[in-house]
Design a protein around this ligand. Sequence first.
Ligand SMILES: [Zn+2]
Length: 91
Amino acid sequence: MVQYYCPYCNPKYQFQKQSSNGTLICGLCGEELIKKPFIRLNQIIALVAASSLLLPLIYTFIFLIKNQINPPNKNYQANSNLMIIIKETLS
Ligand SMILES: [Zn+2]
């Protein structure tokens, strides 16, 4: 399903005409018509919506896998030790 439109004329009054070389032209100004990419636009919107829902899920999934491979306990312990050291040096 492809729709054509003229970028210069009011879409209400547009009508298509076929030129001598077979291309569709605007009946009002004679300019070549441009394909309306509304299917692609819908697909892009759908992709953005789907990715906005899926990306956090994928991100948490990757985070969980990473945590299972390298448990962050050591890091937390190191951080708490560092905090204790900082506190001791400050007091
Ligand atoms: Zn036109």
